[in-house]
Design a binder for this molecule. Structure first.
Ligand code: SF4
Length: 774
């Protein structure tokens, strides 16, 4: 008997578990919506009190708030920007579970609420309904995951139900919640989820009503539209408010009109400055325009709709509020556009009313609100149902629906794509790394090359995107002539030749330092030039020479060793210097007539020492994107994403995708030390030739610690082994596994060239991770 009961579909424990999740989640959404509304109102009330104290306060508070919010939302909280509805739409369209979970986490929901409250408290012209959708979807999705509902179909239903419950609880508009989920979020009716959608909306709505009481958002509005001439109002408001809504959508999308594109670049480059400007303009428009443009615009819209005394300049209010909404969205502060759009529509409707005397003013205002909202969202059903439910007016069903349909059509003349869908597509495109043309990007650093190959990132890239490996292995670029000099020094009885372990195996023109040691030379591997300095202090009768190789990352330690030797008056320590600088190598690669590199991932550790300023002239001169990038696979993908995004947009900027380590000014102490001890010099690079300012030499006051001077060494040469194609590998023109000697005559055990020796060499990386597929 019991089995029969539990087999009954309606009574199965699994079904009940799922129901309880939906109901419990919906109660949470209702509570969150009410609490969020209360906090937003309290924050805006505080702002209004400040404004009442002195009307000039917003000129300071609003820009500061915008800057603070733009700053906070630059990194991991970027998904809290704007309305929140595009984020939910993008999450629904993505198959990447981890990404979806990031967009719809409880942490994101809390941040969204907190930052929107801050935006309200700072006087932004935003609403809370879009954010409530984001919060509702996040909460229901998170509750579902918490109870093990990870199935993609159930997850999708949870998100849709959460979004619908969010709208229903925020506006007390249950029907609008359902229609919104079907029309805007799901893009169509899904029979299987109609039950859960309704249940979630009812539970969230009842929760909100239980706390706030039943109400119509704008109060009951007795608007009527008599048949006949008054229907002109439908056409006029639908057309004009629809066009205005489309214009708003186009402006906030920054669609490709030249000056809007420039604004988009300005936002990417100087987001904080733009946010400050937007905040200042919102406040200034309020002060100069004589209308309160801060907040949702609820009070103004209600006053216009209810035809309260003193609302005689609705059109001007509508236009100013339109501008304030655009500026707030451009700044990137969290906040929605539903309520502020209704306020604009109310203002525009009142402005149109005198031109349509056959229709009551309140009717034209209501049609203006519905038409403008339909124009902005291009979701006519949702806009119509919201307008009806917000005003508890069911005698206007047909005129409002007709207005919304006309408005949607008019809006598409100005803005072809619906605003939420377009923003969601952008989020998805950013996430997917869309490549429309072939691009070649070079990672500079050998550490990045190894990370790419070990994680197989190069095999995960979209078709058309090619990664090539650059000259960023310090051992690889040390010319053979310097190795020969070191070997010659190691052959002297009084010399102890020290260097990093890798260097001992790099072939010179006639052997390596290990061979020199086997022949009786005193060659020692050390971890740092300071170890060599300590050795010199311990053995004052020996001449300790440190073979200093590498980029700007190793040079500060070499500089510190020389500086200490000078301070101690140590005359048995010297440097055989082959320190190199990255920017001249990039310039040399780009100067090559057949250069095919479209963008660069700059080495994050070099930028951590030297900062970013050295790369600005390269970006400006060669018009190539450069992105300072870290070394974890996720860092590299992030840097690559930002680089390709620039390439796809036709931009060339210097970006920092390694901000957790790299400051724009670098490490000032290390840079000071470098500049004190070293100066730039033309430098020979293995396979690349002599690069102007491509290296570092000791400044004249430290010449006494220069091994080449002390031992009278001749100028080094760069004679590559004829079989080794290191030059082509280091320029990114030859993939290591395309070298005929790769894994044949050249192996890490018997390397023919430096790229096979070094732990950072590209050939060694291919041998380690790809030898079986070569
Ligand atoms: S595989 Fe060996 S020979 Fe070929 S380029 Fe690399 S190091 Fe030189």
């Amino acid at each position: 008997m019991r089995g029969a009961w539990t087999r009954h579909d309606w009574l199965s424990p699994g079904r009940w578990r799922r129901r309880l999740v939906y109901w419990g989640g919906a109660v949470l959404v209702g509570l969150a919506a009410v609490g969020f509304a209360w906090l937003c109102d309290a924050a805006f009330d505080l702002f209004e009190r400040l404004r009442a104290h002195h009307r000039g306060w917003p000129l300071l508070v609003t820009p500061l708030t915008f800057v603070a919010l733009a700053w906070v939302t630059q990194g991991r909280l970027a998904a809290t920007r704007g309305s929140g509805i595009p984020q939910v739409k993008a999450a629904l369209s993505s198959t990447d579970g981890a990404w979806r979970a990031g967009l719809l986490s409880v942490r994101m929901a809390l941040a969204k609420m907190g930052l929107t409250v801050l935006a309200m408290g700072g006087g932004a012209s935003v609403g809370r309904e879009g954010p409530t959708v984001h919060v509702g979807a996040s909460l229901l999705f998170a509750v579902g995951r918490r109870f093990g509902f990870n199935d993609p179909v159930v997850s999708r239903h949870l998100v849709l139900a959460g979004a619908a419950a969010g709208i229903a609880a925020a506006f007390n508009t249950p029907l609008a919640g359902v229609v919104f989920a079907i029309e805007e979020m799901a893009g169509g009716f899904e029979e299987r989820m109609s039950g859960v959608l309704l249940t979630a909306v009812i539970v969230a709505g009842v929760t909100a009503i239980g706390l706030l009481g039943d109400y119509a958002y704008f109060g009951h509005v007795d608007a009527l539209l008599p048949l006949g001439e008054a229907w002109l109002a439908v056409l006029v408001t639908g057309l004009l408010c629809g066009l205005a809504g489309g214009l708003f959508a186009r402006l906030i999308l920054l669609q490709p009109v030249q000056w809007l594109r420039r604004l988009r670049f300005a936002r990417a480059r100087s987001g904080l400055l733009l946010a400050a400007g937007c905040g200042l303009l919102v406040a200034a428009l309020t002060v100069l325009g004589g209308h309160d443009l801060h907040g949702t615009g609820y009070a103004q819209a209600r006053a216009i709709l209810q035809q309260e005394a003193g609302q005689d300049s609705g059109a001007l209010y509508g236009l100013l509020k339109f501008a304030a909404n655009v500026l707030s969205y451009w700044s990137g502060v969290p906040g929605g556009i539903f309520s502020p759009s209704l306020a604009v529509g109310a203002g525009l409707g009142q402005g149109l009313a005198p031109w349509i005397p056959s229709a009551p003013v309140a009717t034209v205002v209501l049609l203006g609100m519905a038409g403008y909202l339909a124009g902005v969202t291009q979701a006519p059903l949702t806009a119509a149902v919201i307008a009806l439910e917000l005003t508890a007016n069911h005698s206007m069903v047909i005129p409002i629906m007709a207005t919304c349909l006309v408005a949607r059509g008019a809006s598409t003349l100005v803005c072809r794509k619906a605003v939420y869908g377009a923003f969601a597509d952008r989020l998805l495109a950013d996430h997917r790394l869309t490549v429309t043309r072939p691009w070649t990007v070079m990672e500079i650093c050998g550490g990045q090359t190894h990370a790419i190959l070990s994680a197989g990132l190069d095999r995960l890239l979209p078709e058309g995107l090619t990664l090539v490996h650059g000259p960023g292995c310090p051992v690889c670029v040390t010319p053979t002539g310097v190795i020969d000099q070191a070997i010659a020094l190691a052959g002297r009885a009084e010399v102890v030749l020290c260097s990093f372990g890798d260097m001992l195996r790099v072939p010179g023109s006639g052997g390596d330092l290990l061979s020199a040691r086997a022949a009786g030379g005193d060659v020692r591997a050390v971890y740092s030039p300071l170890d060599a300095l300590a050795l010199a202090r311990r053995e004052p009768q020996r001449q300790v020479v440190f073979l200093a190789v590498g980029f700007e990352t190793t040079a500060p330690a070499a500089a510190a060793a020389v500086s200490q030797a000078a301070a101690l008056g140590l005359d048995n320590f010297s440097l055989l210097t082959a320190q190199v600088r990255v920017p001249p190598a990039i310039a040399a690669l780009l100067d090559a007539p057949d250069c095919a590199i479209d963008g660069f991932l700059a080495a994050g550790h070099v930028c951590t020492v030297m900062g970013l300023a050295e790369y600005e002239p390269l970006v400006a001169r060669y018009r190539v994107p450069m992105v300072a990038t870290g070394f974890e696979p996720a860092d590299i993908l992030h840097g690559l994403l930002r680089c390709v995004r620039q390439l796809e947009a036709g931009e060339a900027r210097l970006e920092n995708a390694y901000a957790r380590m790299t400051q724009a000014s670098g490490n000032p102490a290390a840079r000071r030390l470098l500049e004190t001890v070293f100066e730039p010099v033309d430098q020979l690079w293995r396979g690349l030739g002599r690069l102007p300012s491509g290296g570092l030499r000791l400044r004249p006051q430290y010449a006494a610690w220069d091994a080449a001077t002390r031992f009278g060494l001749p100028e080094p040469a760069d004679d590559l082994d004829g079989a080794c194609q290191a030059g082509s590998v280091l320029r990114g023109r030859l993939r290591p596994d395309q070298c005929p000697e790769f894994a044949v005559r050249c192996t890490p055990q018997r390397p023919l060239g430096a790229p096979m020796v070094s732990a950072e060499g590209a050939c060694a990386a291919y041998y380690r991770y790809r030898q079986h597929t070569a």
